[in-house]
Design a protein around this ligand. Structure first.
Ligand SMILES: [Zn+2]
Ligand SMILES: [Zn+2]
Length: 328
């Protein structure tokens, strides 16, 4: 099969999967009343899913993997070529999933690596799109380790789009706000039942439920947390236990240096930039009735100056210069 035909098929499957998951979230929600245009929806869609993915794909494949392939002449070891495409996909699926389990676990155990992962945990409202929120460094490391062996070991070119499709499908599924019980299969396959707990703001799960596709790893290594009830519907039950920036660029800056995002609102230029997104959403709502109907949370998007800010009912720990990290 040629690559363009395969790409058309994988794209069609992905679009159908998105529609299916969105419908499933509406029919059987894990947390009831979670809006479709939830907090951070536009940042996750525009910045993380579209812009970041586009540029990182070029960087990883053209500027990291291609030179690596050129450097390592492993043509003599290309044993994988004799396998069928299904065998190749399965091989890379399982080995990469074990790697991602171990690396994810390390990110929760190491203060420096945590800085590359906290963005993923920052959402207070988790849905199918929430999994896309990943720090640039995290994506570069994980996708290079995922795709470089496929290229260097000389796998069938079909393996990359198939694997990328499975990544996207699983990523959406495990983060989806759906109430699903897999029965006995939950000991093998990962699901929102386990992964949504990983996004909950509890000490018990900070070092638990690291699996992505196969929950098998968590059960095997004794890191599964499955209490049989849900984390709760309140904001404080989810995400990080400290304040985290809402803006894409500030989220990355925050991984290097801690600061209070709201303090920057005193600067006019920053306030202008920071409010440009809600302004745009507001403008779209005023011009376009359907958008207003689809995006009823628009009013909440207006960020104010620090003095006008309504205090959140939850008490978040103050930002400190030092590492912010759960005790192990
Ligand atoms: Zn995590
Ligand atoms: Zn996640």
């Amino acid at each position: 099969m040629d690559q363009s035909k395969l790409l058309a098929i994988t794209t069609t499957i992905l679009i159908c999967w998105v529609i299916f998951i969105i419908a499933w979230e509406r029919i059987s929600p894990y947390r009831k009343g979670l809006p479709f245009f939830r907090e951070g929806f536009w940042v996750d869609l525009v910045w993380y899913t579209i812009i970041q993915s586009y540029f990182l794909k070029i960087l990883i494949f053209d500027y990291i993997i291609a030179p690596l392939q050129h450097h390592f002449d492993w043509s003599g070891f290309q044993f994988i070529k004799s396998w069928s495409v299904t065998e190749q996909v399965l091989f890379f699926l399982v080995t990469h999933d074990l790697y991602i389990y171990l690396f994810h676990r390390l990110q929760h155990a190491n203060k420096v690596l945590w800085r590359t992962h906290e963005a993923h945990h920052s959402g207070k409202e988790v849905d199918f799109l929430a999994g896309s929120r990943s720090h640039i460094v995290e994506i570069i490391i994980n996708q290079t380790i995922e795709f470089a062996p496929i290229v260097i070991l000389g796998a069938n070119p079909m393996v990359i789009p198939i694997k990328a499709l499975l990544d996207a499908m699983f990523g959406m599924f495990i983060h989806a706000n759906i109430d699903v019980k897999l029965g006995k299969l939950k000991y093998f396959l990962n699901s929102p039942e386990l992964h949504l707990w990983h996004h909950a703001n509890y000490r018990e799960v900070f070092h638990a439920n690291f699996s992505t596709k196969f929950s098998l790893w968590d059960h095997f290594f004794g890191t599964a947390y499955d209490p049989g009830h849900k984390p709760g519907d309140k904001r404080e039950n989810w995400g990080l236990y400290y304040d985290y920036p809402k803006d894409y660029f500030l989220q990355h800056a925050f991984s290097v240096k801690r600061f209070d995002e709201q303090k920057f609102l005193r600067y006019r230029w920053f306030s202008w930039y920071y409010n440009s997104r809600p302004r745009m959403v507001g403008w779209l709502s005023s011009k376009w009735k359907l958008f207003r109907k689809l995006n009823p949370v628009t009013e909440k998007l207006e960020y104010k100056t620090p003095d006008d800010l309504p205090r959140e009912p939850i008490e978040l720990k103050p930002i400190q210069e030092d590492y912010i990290f759960y005790d192990k």
